[in-house]
Design a protein around this ligand. Structure first.
Ligand code: ZN
Ligand code: ZN
Length: 142
């Protein structure tokens, strides 16, 4: 599925800017922030504003084409992978990584009722020190 297919699938009219933002998210599974998306795309799209990026991401979220993550209160980031999966935030480098975790459990619960409430989204957040940073620390200790 390319960006245009994904937009159309979620009933979003594929404008040039929407396609560019959707494409960026599909190609960069690093969970970028508004700031990162804006600074990466703006050199090629001089008419793009940060507000447009923000509003486009909101639209994509509202239509279920992307997911918004609020792991860290300082920054909101976005994910083109909308299937339930866990996220790991590294306290050292600030990277947000995908984690394949109790996915089965998540799949069971999304869309289900819990004590009479309808579950629409489940987020699994883990925080700690990532593999790369741990290796770096080990290297420094020696
Ligand atoms: Zn790290
Ligand atoms: Zn993710």
């Amino acid at each position: 599925m390319d960006a245009i297919d994904k937009l159309t699938f979620h009933h979003i009219k594929p404008s040039v800017q929407r396609i560019a933002i959707m494409e960026y998210l599909m190609e960069h599974c690093t969970h970028p922030t508004v700031e990162e998306i804006y600074s990466s795309l703006s050199p090629e799209m001089p008419t793009l504003s940060k507000t447009t990026v923000y509003n486009t991401l909101k639209l994509l979220c509202d239509h279920g084409a992307v997911k918004m993550l609020n792991i860290d209160e300082r920054s909101t980031c976005y994910d083109a992978i909308t299937q339930p999966h866990g996220h790991f935030l590294c306290r050292e480098c600030g990277k947000v990584l995908d984690l394949i975790t109790p996915a089965l459990q998540q799949r069971e619960m999304e869309g289900m009722e819990l004590e009479g409430h309808e579950v629409q989204e489940i987020h699994y957040y883990y925080k700690g020190v990532c593999k790369q940073c741990r290796e770096k620390q080990r290297y420094q200790d020696n």
